[in-house]
Design a protein around this ligand. Structure first.
Ligand code: ADP
Length: 399
């Protein structure tokens, strides 16, 4: 089955056309700067070469129209007509308590995704525009929603509740939901396949360390705790997000700077984290370069970044009563041997040893712990689009 996977952000659309039976990626690309005059479509050809076309795309419908156009283009396309697209799978960011698994999109599902707008005001409306664009452009094609939050719906109340007044949970759904669920689900399961151990009998800590980052504790195949919360701002220190912070510090800052909710939201989401501390960049490659050049604040940013990861691994080891497997994934987790080494060497107390040679590899499935290590440490490149394609194919009734 050819499945079109769409990931619609507030000003971007990423796509992949995937053959669900074997995971082959037939086409991939994206649209950026939707709504701006210099919006563009970029795509990768089967030979690996890349192309960028500047087209004015005022909204998501126009962006999706251009994606479909390039997929069926006589020269650049990989399909002859839309009929070849069996189904469309959408990444949907927030499902609150309404969705604990991927679902076929119906008018009722769309209504429920819209009910989640207040807690995901930037993400969910963009996801819905993508769904509506497909409904208009390929009427009748089945569509499936795959939620970032769904995998974490198994967390027990003691892990997902905030100690705020209980009524705030009842009235507004204020609780922890967690994100990157599709990635945590994929890499934890894949790690077990790779290691040849049964998924349902492991204590796994998955570290999704990218521009955004979260760590999840998985017991016997079920998410029991995760570092992100009501929104993706809680937990680890991230590229530009603050992660854990004293809520009292935030109300104090609001008073000092005369900030309203949007102003504070801007500080904690866009101006904090690695960028806020280093004053240089949110990208860990720039931070590594700056450290090599002797920049003190870049060093502090890296130290804080690693320290938070270490603390969450410690916390989740306690939650799980020990750990069998630790997984590193996403941009930094897959590509930074330095970060993995810095974290793992401080986990010697868990009986972890590192195979420094194996740890040199980037972006490949590999066991990086030593043969004598009490905990297996592995790198598993994440593949959220593959999971979306597979869930979609399964739900629409194929394989
Ligand atoms: P997103 O959360 O946007 O999906 P990714 O998982 O793609 O993020 O991760 C992007 C981040 O990965 C970049 O900001 C960069 O810091 C980091 N990264 C990518 N390659 C490397 C590398 N070779 N070394 C260190 N960090 C890297």
């Amino acid at each position: 089955m050819k499945i079109l996977v769409l990931n619609c952000g507030s000003s971007s659309v990423k796509y992949k056309l995937i053959e669900s039976e074997n995971g082959n990626v037939l086409a991939e690309g994206g649209v950026e700067k939707i709504g701006l005059p210099d919006s563009f479509l970029k795509f990768k050809r089967p030979d690996g070469s890349k192309e960028t076309i500047t087209v004015s795309m005022p909204d998501h419908k126009e962006a999706v129209k251009n994606v479909l156009k390039i997929l069926t283009d006589p020269k650049e396309g990989v399909i002859k007509s839309f009929d070849e697209i069996h189904a469309v799978g959408h990444r949907v960011v927030h499902g609150m308590e309404k969705f604990n698994k991927s679902v076929l999109i119906t008018p009722e599902v769309i209504g429920k995704v819209k009910e989640c707008y207040p807690v995901a005001p930037l993400h969910n409306p963009a996801n819905i525009t993508g769904i509506e664009a497909i409904t208009d452009l390929i009427p009748g094609v089945p569509q499936v929603a795959v939620f970032d939050t769904a995998f974490h719906q198994t967390m027990p109340a003691k892990a997902f509740m905030y100690a705020l007044p209980y009524e705030d949970y009842e009235k507004y759904g204020v609780r922890r939901y967690g994100f990157h669920g599709t990635s945590h689900r994929y890499v934890s399961r894949r790690a077990c396949e790779f290691l040849g151990v049964p998924y349902e009998q492991q204590r796994i800590i998955t570290c999704h360390i990218g521009n955004g980052g979260s760590i999840t504790a998985i017991k016997d195949g079920i998410s029991v705790d995760t570092s992100m919360g009501l929104t993706p701002t809680e937990g680890l220190m991230m590229g530009t997000r603050v992660g854990d912070v004293d809520p009292g510090a935030l109300t104090y800052l609001m008073k000092c700077e005369g900030l309203d909710a949007d102003g504070l939201g801007n500080v904690i989401n866009k101006k904090s984290g690695v960028l806020g501390i280093s004053g240089i960049s949110s990208d860990m490659r720039d931070i590594e370069d700056a450290i090599a050049a002797g920049n003190e604040r870049a060093k502090l940013a890296m130290d804080m970044y690693e320290y938070r990861i270490l603390k969450y691994i410690g916390a989740y080891t306690a939650v799980l009563g020990g750990a069998d497997i630790i997984v590193f994934t996403a941009g930094v987790g897959e590509n930074s041997p330095e970060l993995r080494e810095a974290v793992c060497e401080k986990l010697a107390y868990m009986g972890i040893t590192l195979d420094k040679e194996a740890n040199r590899s980037r972006g490949k499935e590999v066991v990086i712990s030593g043969a004598d290590s009490k905990v297996k440490v592995v790198v598993i490149p994440t593949d959220e689009e593959l999971v979306i394609a597979q869930d979609t194919a399964m739900i629409v009734g194929g394989k």
